[in-house]
Design a protein around this ligand. Structure first.
Ligand SMILES: [Zn+2]
Ligand SMILES: [Zn+2]
Length: 243
């Protein structure tokens, strides 16, 4: 199984990085975790086959995680000429957000040449989506757009946890405990800001979580300028992890 950081950035273009988007290619399925506004450009730069993606799984409805969906769908209709079914899954409210975002981005009705399923994740349950078993955890970020989620995903014998955007919440311990890979947002170095994590907090919490591999992402300039003081692995656009 191969995970690629299509985008490792935040909402502000810090470090010139693309918005959040992870691509996972497993034996039987391929999916995206988040699809930020710049993700179509970033996928094309990496030569990722968009038509081979079965699922886009969204953590929350901020545009740096979700804003690439209208571009993905337009490209699927007009350029990639997709025929393969696509599932878009995300927090409750997904169907409304999907409609509003597409209507704002590219107004006008267009018949989709492929089957599209919108699946709202059930919090507190194991959600089976294709070959994935997805457990969502409600984290603390900005619920004005609906609940923001971290995901623990089991697939083909591996466990991946992605924090999404969040400040510290103890639920992250359950979400990431013993995971093969924990991809965690780390916005600030020392001083936490509202709605995001800081390395100073993760240094206290990560040992108890016991994930086998930790990669920090979604870093602000504050983190990026001190990368040489960070003892954890950090993400880059295009970084590949084999699991
Ligand atoms: Zn974000
Ligand atoms: Zn956010």
């Amino acid at each position: 199984m191969r995970l690629t950081f299509v985008g490792s950035g935040d909402a502000f273009g810090s470090g010139g990085r693309f918005n959040t988007c992870l691509h996972v290619a497993a034996e039987r399925t391929r999916f995206l975790l988040d699809c930020g506004a710049s993700s179509l450009v970033a996928m094309r730069r990496l030569g990722i086959d968009r038509n081979a993606i079965d699922l886009i799984l969204l953590t929350h409805f901020h545009a740096d995680h979700f804003g690439g969906v209208p571009f993905f769908v337009l490209d699927a209709q007009l350029v990639a000429r997709r025929t393969r079914p696509l599932t878009i899954a995300g927090p409750p409210g997904l169907a409304g957000w999907y409609e509003r975002a597409c209507a704002l981005a590219f107004p006008g009705e267009r018949a989709l040449p492929f089957p599209l399923a919108l699946k709202e994740i059930q919090i507190g349950k194991v959600n089976r989506i294709g070959d994935l078993a997805v457990i969502p955890f409600h984290v603390r970020h900005d619920d004005r757009a609906g609940p923001c989620l971290a995901y623990r995903i089991a697939l083909e014998g591996r466990t991946i946890c992605f924090s999404g955007d969040t400040e510290w919440v103890d639920t992250l311990v359950d979400a990431a405990r013993g995971a093969d890979l924990f991809i965690c947002e780390c916005y600030m170095y020392e001083k936490p800001v509202r709605a995001h994590l800081a390395l100073s907090i993760l240094r206290e919490q990560l040992p108890a979580i016991g994930a086998k591999r930790v990669v920090l992402t979604h870093m602000s300039e504050d983190m990026l300028k001190r990368l040489n003081e960070v003892e954890y692995e950090t993400a880059d656009d295009g970084k590949v992890i084999d699991l």
